[in-house]
Design a protein around this ligand. Structure first.
Ligand code: MN
Length: 227
């Protein structure tokens, strides 16, 4: 008999293309990893060291499911991103070995309460309530890493059929191997960890009723409707 005093929380999983489910441990997110997005947010993308924030695993919204418009915001933004799923953990991972730690990739959305994030920036406070709220991470199905080249490929988001964000993975300031190497010097990465690699330019507000359809070429799609 278990001595847990309440029922354990369910394991959050992502579906895998071709079958199976990937259990999610943590969700790391890279800030300002495309120069044009850094500029639109008022920063100079001078290759400052990458920085990170987290979302809880419970923020995942299953692909195709509705996303409830969150409380306490009037400015919910979409950020379309390539997501890396770690299959083998490690610390101080050399850049040259980083991709061997990747289990797969998917397309994901880093939904952001921009008004709360901007207020936190101004006050020098944490971003958690702007970034890590409930239902803030719609995720597509995972594609196993074999055959995926995360160094290039179109990344695009349509809202109600109109293109809002369009770029290429080649525009990442910090590449996937560089991010894994850098992050693994700050924390010990573990199987199940996801890394959202940052968004290109074109972020903007969404409202209830909007349908978001994202795509990363060679990886997959993500879809949700804000309700
Ligand atoms: Mn982001």
């Amino acid at each position: 008999m278990s001595d847990l005093v309440i029922a354990p929380p369910p394991v959050v999983t992502l579906p895998v293309l071709g079958g199976g489910r990937f259990p999610v441990r943590r969700i790391f997110c890279v800030g300002r990893n495309y120069a044009a997005h850094a500029r639109e947010m008022g920063h100079d993308p001078d290759r400052e060291a990458p920085f990170y924030f987290l979302k809880p695993a419970y923020a995942v919204v299953a692909d195709g499911a509705d996303t409830p418009y969150p409380p306490a915001t009037k400015d919910l933004h979409h950020e379309m991103e390539l997501v890396v799923a770690i299959g083998r953990g490690g610390k101080d991972i050399p850049e040259s070995e980083a991709l061997s730690h990747v289990w797969g990739y998917c397309a994901g959305l880093d939904l952001t309460r921009r008004d709360l994030q901007n207020e936190a920036k101004k006050m020098g406070r944490p971003w958690d309530m702007g970034k890590g709220f409930d239902h803030s991470a719609p995720m597509g199905a995972l594609r196993p890493a074999a055959g995926v080249n995360p160094a290039k490929g179109r990344i695009e988001l349509k809202v109600n059929g109109e293109v809002r964000q369009s770029s290429d993975l080649a525009m990442l300031i910090w590449s996937v191997p560089e991010v894994i190497a850098n992050l693994s010097r700050l924390v010990t990465l573990a199987p199940g960890d996801l890394i959202m690699t940052g968004t290109p330019e074109g972020v903007a507000a969404v409202k209830p009723g909007d349908v978001l359809e994202g795509m990363v070429e060679g990886v997959g799609t993500v879809r949700t409707r804000i309700v």
